[in-house]
Design a protein around this ligand. Structure first.
Ligand SMILES: Cc1cc2nc3c(=O)[nH]c(=O)nc-3n(C[C@H](O)[C@H](O)[C@H](O)COP(=O)(O)OP(=O)(O)OC[C@H]3O[C@@H](n4cnc5c(N)ncnc54)[C@H](O)[C@@H]3O)c2cc1C
Length: 382
């Protein structure tokens, strides 16, 4: 195994692969990526719902999404790998004045940054997403540039492009420790041996806190279980069916194969690494979905699975050097929107590491913001 590198990226999910690719593309010497599992993308990335949206409530999240959406459109040109990015749009159903006020405020900010997003009436909801019950909806927001991407395409695309740029991707290589001397990173310890390096990128997703701990650092990223259910074929779902979010219920659903994918963020789930499917959680998703799409009463359940969100206290990513140790860079904590932000996330992290001006000012996402009390709360979280 490689015994030295200019940088070791820990984690072969979408954030680690995007970062490794852009580091190599920008010419940052010898880039090594280590992944503990046998295959790439089997962590949160492989469990994700594929949603891509720029309808956030903070400037930084909107900018990360808009840049990433632009990059997704050019993904094949960039990586040589075709990737599904189906711009069917994202719709947020609003059922009271409070929700309307909050989403109207967010829309103002989104529009000021150039996003094309509209406030639509229940009749329009029924036209765009026919089986959705709208009798208790007062308005909805809709952005047609948002949509759905295939996480596996993105993993394969960044991995193949990274390899073409000579990134050494090593699977079944679990990081077990960090060697530091005088407050500086010296090496990464793995089950397959030691890799000496002056720089580590922590892209371990829901496990990022454990990697930081190996260097004696705390990182405010908690694993939180989230579940998904898919249905069998439904002949009333058009191919143009968008991502629909029922804000009141916390439910989201979009077309998946010939049916629907349904998800719900249970706010009562406590942090932990348990990824088993909880039948009560599955039932709660189905009940919420039946309430919003009554026609689902006769639908068959195809699959259900659970995965981990990598959640920070303010639901924003952590991008930047750890203040405690020289040579330790965090790119993690995407709090349920890491797939959609991965293109920009990898690019800006690589730009910062290479000493270039980042395409987006991600200073609000600095790791020390929690200690400084400078959090940037995202309210549009699902
Ligand atoms: C149910 C669900 C639905 C979601 N829906 C969406 C969505 O619609 N849109 C969206 O944008 N995002 C969504 N997300 C979030 C998204 O999946 C994550 O934000 C994103 O995948 C994070 O990517 P990552 O590379 O940081 O983490 P991961 O994909 O988890 O990759 C981290 C990798 O690090 C590896 N690793 C950990 N510890 C070590 C170690 N010690 N040594 C070596 N390797 C290690 C892991 O094995 C893993 O492969 C969803 C997540 C879930 C669970």
């Amino acid at each position: 195994m490689t015994s030295s590198a200019d940088v070791v990226v820990v984690g072969g999910g979408i954030i680690g692969l995007s970062t490794a690719y852009y580091l190599a593309k920008l010419g940052y010497g010898k880039v090594v990526l280590v992944e503990k599992e046998m295959f790439l993308g089997t962590g949160s990335t492989g469990k994700c719902a594929g949603g891509v949206r720029a309808q956030f409530s903070t400037r930084i999240n909107i900018e990360m999404s808009m840049k990433s959406e632009e990059m997704l459109v050019q993904f094949e040109e960039e990586t040589g790998w075709p990737a599904v990015y189906d711009q069917v749009g994202y719709m947020f159903l609003l059922s009271d004045e409070q929700e309307l006020a909050a989403f109207s405020r967010a829309m103002e900010l989104q529009k000021s940054l150039g996003l094309e997003v509209d406030l639509i009436d229940p009749e329009d909801v029924a036209k765009i997403a026919p089986p959705v019950r709208t009798d208790d909806i007062i308005k909805a927001t809709f952005c047609g540039d948002d949509g759905l991407a295939d996480p596996n395409d993105l993993i394969q695309g960044y991995a193949s492009a990274a390899r073409k740029h000579n990134v050494d991707i090593i699977t079944e290589c679990e990081v077990t420790g960090l060697k530091t001397t005088g407050g500086e990173i010296k090496a990464v310890l793995t089950k397959s041996g030691e890799i000496s390096t002056p720089l580590v990128v922590n892209a371990a997703g829901a496990y990022a806190k454990l990697i930081s701990k190996m260097g004696g650092m705390d990182l405010q990223v908690e694993p939180v279980r989230r579940q998904i259910v898919t249905t069998g074929p439904l002949d009333y779902i058009p191919s143009s069916f968008p991502m629909v979010v029922d804000v009141k219920a916390g439910l989201y659903f979009h077309k998946e194969s010939a049916g629907l994918l349904l998800g719900w963020a249970d706010k009562d789930v406590q942090p932990g690494f348990d990824e088993s499917v909880d039948p009560e959680y599955t039932d709660a998703i189905i009940m919420k979905a039946l309430d919003r799409v009554p026609q689902l009463e006769t639908a068959e359940i195809a699959k259900s699975w659970a995965g981990l969100y990598e959640t920070t206290p303010d639901h924003h990513a952590i991008i930047g050097y750890a203040p405690e140790i020289k040579g330790f860079f965090n790119n993690t904590g995407y709090s349920g929107h890491g797939m959609m932000h991965a293109p920009a996330a990898g690019l800006v992290a690589a730009e910062i590491i290479c000493g270039k001006q980042p395409s987006i000012d991600v200073s609000p996402l600095a790791p020390d913001r929690f200690a400084k009390g400078a959090m940037v709360e995202e309210t549009n979280v699902i």
